[in-house]
Design a protein around this ligand. Structure first.
Ligand code: NAP
Length: 311
C-alpha cells in the first residue's frame, strides 16, 4: 500500500521512515513537510495539493506535533484517506472524538498509535499481571528534555503536554497492562515560570482494589535516564524498564517472554504492521485512555511555579 508521511522531523526520520522501508506492507510514496524531506521520495509542502495530485496514496501517517495534527487528519479523512496518528492522537479529547466520528462516517481507518504499547515486554507484563492482586504500581519516567527533544519549543507551548509528552507513553503502558481501570485523584504540576506546560509532575491514581498507584515524571533528569514501572502484587514483584523493553520478575531478567510478534524488531514495525491489518480489515483503533488521564491530571493538578527553562 502506498503511504505518505506528513511532518518530517525527529520521529519521522528516526522511526517511521526505516519502519516503512523495512515493511513488506508499505511503500513510502510521498512526504509533506515545510522543511523536511526524505531522500529519493517525492516531496510536497501543500497538503491539499498532495492529496489532489496523488489519489493513489490511500494512507496518510501524521508525525506532526499534536496541536497542528487535527486539521491535517480532518482534511485527509475528508479526502477519503486512511489515517495513522502519532501519539498523543491530538491536542484535545474532543478533537480525537471528532476524528473518530469523521472516519466512521467516511468509512476509512483511523489508528491512534501508542508506540510504547508495542515495546517488547508489554504484553508479557500484561499476561503476568492478569491473575495477580495488585498492591502498588509506581511509575518513574525521568529523562533529559535537552537530550531527547532538543529545541522543540512546541513541547513547552500550550497543547504540547510538557513532561506528559513522554509521560503519556507510561500511561499507554499502564492502561494496557493493568486488568482494572484507574483514574487520577490528584497531581502536582511544576510549570517553569517562562513556559506553558509542566516540566515535572507527580500524579496519584485511584485503584478499585485499593492498590497505591503513582507516577513521578521529570524532564530535567541528567545521568541515568529512567523509564520504569514496578508492580508489587500478592505473588511477587514485576518491573518494566527502558520504556517496556526489559522485564524483571522479582529482580530476575525475563527475556523474550512477550506475546508480540518477535520477528518485528522494535516498536514502529509493530505499529505499521497493525495499521496494515486495520486497513485491510476496514477497522479503526482509537483508544483515548492515556490521553484522558493526562487531561484529568491537568484538570485536578495543583500548579506550582518553578525556575525558568531555557535550552
Ligand atoms: P518535531 O521534530 O519537532 O516535529 C515534527 C515535524 O512537524 C517538524 O519537523 C515540522 O516539519 C513539523 N511541524 C512542527 N510544528 C508544526 C506546525 N505547527 N505545523 C505544521 N507542521 C509542524 O517533533 P517529533 O519529535 O518528530 O514529534 C512529533 C510527534 O511524534 C509528537 O507528537 C511526539 O510526541 C511524537 N513522538 C516523538 C518522539 C521523539 O523521540 N521525538 C518519540 C515518539 C513519538 P516541517 O518544518 O518540515 O514542516
Amino acid at each position: 500500500m502506498k503511504i505518505a508521511l506528513v511532518g518530517i522531523g525527529k520521529i519521522a526520520r528516526d522511526q517511521h521512515v526505516p519502519a516503512i522501508a523495512d515493511s513488506p506492507d508499505w511503500e513510502l510514496a510521498a512526504t509533506c513537510s515545510n522543511h523536511g524531506t526524505v531522500e529519493g521520495i517525492e516531496a510536497h509542502k501543500d497538503f491539499g495539493a498532495m492529496l489532489a495530485a496523488r489519489p493513489d496514496i490511500q494512507v496518510i501517517s501524521l508525525c506532526l506535533p499534536p496541536v497542528p495534527r487535527f486539521a491535517y487528519a480532518a482534511q485527509a479523512i475528508a479526502a477519503g484517506r486512511h489515517v495513522m496518528l502519532e501519539k498523543p492522537p491530538g491536542a484535545t479529547l474532543s478533537e480525537c472524538h471528532a476524528l473518530e466520528e469523521m472516519a466512521r462516517a467516511k468509512g476509512v481507518t483511523l489508528y491512534a498509535s501508542w508506540h510504547s504499547r508495542a515495546a517488547a515486554q508489554v504484553q508479557a507484563a500484561k499476561a503476568w499481571l492478569k491473575d495477580k492482586t495488585l498492591r502498588s504500581l509506581n511509575v518513574t519516567w525521568k529523562e533529559d528534555v535537552r537530550r531527547w527533544h532538543p529545541g522543540q519549543d512546541w513541547i513547552f507551548e500550550a497543547g504540547g503536554l510538557g513532561v506528559f509528552d513522554p509521560g503519556i507513553n507510561a500511561l499507554s503502558i499502564m492502561t494496557e497492562i493493568l486488568p482494572d481501570p484507574i483514574h487520577v485523584t490528584g497531581a502536582e504540576l511544576d510549570f517553569p515560570e517562562n513556559r506553558e506546560t509542566p516540566i515535572a509532575a507527580r500524579v496519584a491514581f485511584f485503584h478499585p482494589k485499593g492498590a497505591e498507584v503513582t507516577m513521578d515524571m521529570d524532564f530535567l533528569q541528567t545521568g541515568e535516564q529512567i523509564w520504569s514501572m514496578e508492580a508489587v502484587t500478592d505473588q511477587g514483584t514485576l518491573s518494566l524498564h527502558k520504556g517496556g523493553a526489559v522485564l524483571e520478575n522479582d529482580g530476575k531478567d525475563v527475556a523474550d517472554a512477550s506475546g508480540v510478534n518477535l520477528s518485528l524488531k522494535g516498536e514502529y514495525p509493530v505499529l505499521y504492521a497493525h495499521m496494515a491489518e486495520l486497513v485491510r480489515a476496514g477497522r479503526s483503533d482509537v483508544d483515548l485512555a492515556p490521553m484522558r488521564h493526562v487531561a484529568d491530571a491537568f484538570t485536578l493538578g495543583r500548579r506550582l511555579t518553578v525556575a525558568p527553562f531555557d535550552w
